[in-house]
Design a protein around this ligand. Sequence first.
Ligand code: ADP
Length: 501
Amino acid sequence: MSLPLEYEVTLPNGKKFTQQSGLFINNEFVKSKSGKTLESINPSTGVVNGEVYAAEDADVDVAVDAARAAFKSWKKLTGVERGNYLFKFAEILAEEQELVSAIEAWDSGKTLAQNAVYDIEETVAVFKYYAGWADKIQGRVIQNNPKTLAYTVHEPYGVCGQIIPWNYPILMAAWKLAPALAAGNVVILKSSEITPLSILYLATLFKKAGFPPGTVNILSGFGATCGKALAGHHGVDKVAFTGSTATGKVIQQLASSNLKAVTLECGGKSPLIVRADADLDQAVKWAAVGIMSNQGQVCTSTSRIYIHESIYEEFLTLFSAHVKEVYTQGGMFNDEAIVGPQVSQMQHDKILSYIDIGKKEGARVVTGGEKNEEGELAKGYFIKPTIFADVTPKMRIVNEEIFGPVVACGKFSTDEEVVEYANQTEYGLGASIFTRDIAVAHSMAADVEAGMVWINSSNDSDHHVPFGGVKMSGIGRELGEYGLSTYTQAKAVFVNLANKL
Ligand code: ADP
């Protein structure tokens, strides 16, 4: 029997909703041509939450045709009209915030009260922010030659393929959809095969907000089939991706087939530096935020901590006590819990294998270092927040992205040495610096190779401010005006005012 296009769901908190299972193309939910499906697994129990249709090449072709047709009229709207659609969507989402947060938690393992709610609030804010930009996209007049009127127009690319990960399913969709649509593009977004459910609910809200058919298309599907087809498709003009560096490299290669514009937001191994003059209490709290939030499944996680030798043991004692006290574990619908389960069995196993590697490499386990087997948690993908100390530069846990609640701590003696440690990685996403010396803070901010620097803080993210990395952490920026600019290209127009050669 084939999977129905919608089915009723009751969430663990008693909320009911209709889950869509189809591919969202032209404002309709349709079955995949092959009939193939994929499953969403509940990370706190390992039980199947639901099934959805999985798109492949032929479905991507249909979505591209729909989007290309929609682009013809979407690009002719005024900025105010486009902005109004985005505002309307934001308003509808705000009304449905409670339900959408719960679906997001259920699908991804984010704890609802302490984590998922924020993502949906922020999604509403991102749509409102870019709604405001839609009528403020401006070219320039270039006043070199009085006999020529030369001006630029910032035009949309056309059809944007957007490929998102599972760690912030809805928020990563928002970071991509909102600027693309505001700038006059149409979109085909592929969700992660691990978290397909919440974004399909979001699709119903685009229809409710009145977006014209084909403007926003949402496909569930696997990376190697649907993602590959989208990134390589000649009917797609730009591809934006968030995920691992390994996949980012593949996407860039696929995109080269028709020289698509590419933005990539990839992995990281961000350092957090604690100088001897730091406010230790603040450093401890932010260090915990930087690695334990979202179960450590954050590309900007400050997963390497370098502590000045004079305060090394003191910091570790305070840090470990704080993590144990505050970062309590529990299921997604436990309002007190901060740290939920890892998203999947595969991630869970990968993190445990890194913990094993760290132990074998000779790092000291200060806290955690194992799966959480307490009561009900034993059924899910729960890993105890883990602090490793005494790490050395060559260890794999210092160089490879673990993407879990696992942090590697080491000591340093001079500023020069710690900047060298900070930059020893192929990644360059974020960096945190804790010091009371304002001059050192700014000079270190200049010296660390990172797209974002947090001084006396960690992992700040604000949709007004650009987000992205250098080196193998990515290309281009999301959020803010910079993020908008990656969704337009300049066209230069010359007018011969003299009307003769
Ligand atoms: P992770 O390893 O953390 O799951 P990935 O980078 O593999 O992250 O996945 C991020 C997104 O990229 C997902 O939507 C996934 O389906 C997609 N993806 C994975 N492999 C490919 C590929 N070869 N081509 C296009 N998209 C892919």
